[in-house]
Design a protein around this ligand. Structure first.
Ligand code: ACM
Length: 419
């Protein structure tokens, strides 16, 4: 459970590397775990039980996660969020036992990581953001700080350099990547108009350099190459691009992650595909195509875990192209029955996303995260048979005290009986 409740592993279930046993009697806690991750999660549970610094109640919990990948994506490209903001988001993920921070580092509107061999990416591409708002970028030391801060909380950073579409900021910084065509920074919110040239050697020199620097800064095993919404890339070019970009990831010793569209191409062994688009059947087909190739899936269904969607029509921020996403929508689904023929074994995990076209501040992001992030975290952690909406509803209400104390912005969804 993410928000503590007595839990017991079934017969024959081992604690495993991330599981823990926590026993509290008379205010004294005893923790058993096989590894650091399990111990860390026991401590998070104990902290949650001691809300407001009080004495934790007597309890026995033996628990371990359902899925290995329990993530959240933050889009720092549409609007930039500095190191302190990102570290605060990391704190939130850690509190709810998530273990992946996926950073969407580049898009049409901005490029957010300094790359030594291509300095104009950040110097030029870092200046813009949606709506003409201030941009920004991480120096490599900034990025290292985020990676270290996350690692201390058992969280792996997965960097995303979105390709071959969503690349206007890079093309604008280096017109030679766009056959010399010069263009202005883009501050709108449309998608699908930019593309790297799938047949230019320079494209792969550029990506080879970028991925090498990103890989060197990233101890985790994954590099995310985007691959979504490449509407200005023909299918022939997309396949040519995928054939040439995958070795650039592999040569860095990393596993490739991409949005569901990459499953239309032949994938190397060990690839991970992120399902997202709930607006058409094509997403299901691509998820099945990924599994048929032996890839594992991350489940990010737009109508469940896209936390930039409005809760309801009255939500001041956010978008609604995937519909309204209330707390119960984020909670009441089973990753293993969402897509026909995509079962438990094919699923590596679950990831919430926070795209930031309309979100400009940390408070904006928090209002979209909470309480829905708790729901997604529990989907990722807790076996389906042990989840119950009414039970969750009551436990999530009790989190309000924690958020009020810590000054966390959250949305008082009418689906929860807040204290
Ligand atoms: C996406 O939402 N374009 C992955």
């Amino acid at each position: 459970m993410i928000i503590p409740a007595p839990a017991a592993l079934g017969p024959g279930e081992e604690l495993g590397p991330e599981g823990y046993r926590l026993e509290v009697r008379g205010g004294r806690a005893r923790i058993d775990a096989e590894g650091d991750a399990g111990r860390f999660y026991a401590e998070q549970t104990l902290r949650a039980l001691s809300l407001g610094g009080g004495t934790p109640p007597d309890v026995t919990i033996a628990d371990r996660p359902r899925f290995a990948w329990r993530g959240a994506m933050l889009d720092v490209a549409r609007h930039f969020f500095g190191v302190d903001d990102v570290c605060r988001v990391v704190d939130h993920l850690a509190a709810y036992k998530l273990n992946v921070l996926h950073l969407h580092l580049s898009d049409d509107q901005g490029w957010r990581l300094a790359i030594d061999r291509w300095p104009r990416l950040a110097e030029h591409g870092g200046r813009s953001a949606v709506g003409g708002d201030p941009g920004g970028f991480y120096t490599q030391d900034d990025y290292r700080r985020i990676v270290r801060y996350a690692a201390e909380r058992n969280i792996t950073v997965v960097p995303e350099i979105d390709t071959p579409g969503h690349t206007h900021a890079a093309l604008c910084a280096y017109p030679e990547l766009a056959s010399g065509r010069r263009s202005e920074p883009y501050t709108g919110v449309e998608v699908g108009f930019s593309s790297l040239d799938a047949h230019a050697d320079l494209t792969y020199r550029f990506l080879g350099d970028v991925l090498a620097e990103v890989a060197a800064l990233t101890p985790g095993e994954f590099l995310h190459i985007g691959g979504d919404e490449a509407h200005s890339t023909s299918m022939e070019d997309y396949l040519a691009f995928m054939a040439r970009v995958q070795p650039l990831v592999a040569v860095q010793g990393k596993r490739l992650v991409g949005w569901e569209e990459i499953a239309s191409a032949p994938l190397r062994t060990g690839s991970v595909v992120q399902y997202w688009n709930t607006m058409s059947e094509r997403g299901h087909d691509l998820a099945r195509a990924a599994v048929a190739q032996g890839a594992r899936l991350i489940m990010s269904p737009g109508d469940r875990v896209y936390l930039d969607m409005k809760y309801d029509a009255s939500t001041p921020l956010g978008l609604d192209w995937a519909g309204h996403v209330e707390v119960r929508d984020s909670y009441d689904w089973d990753p293993a029955t969402l897509v026909d023929a995509v079962g438990e074994d094919a699923i590596l995990g679950v990831e919430a996303t926070v795209w930031t076209e309309t979100l400009r501040t940390l408070r904006d992001v928090e209002a979209m995260l909470f309480p829905r992030l708790c729901a997604v975290a529990e989907v990722a952690w807790t076996p389906q048979a042990r989840r119950d909406w009414e039970d969750f509803r009551a436990r999530v209400a009790a989190q309000a005290a924690r958020w009020e104390t810590a000054g966390v912005a959250y949305t008082r969804s009418p689906q929860i009986d807040w204290p």
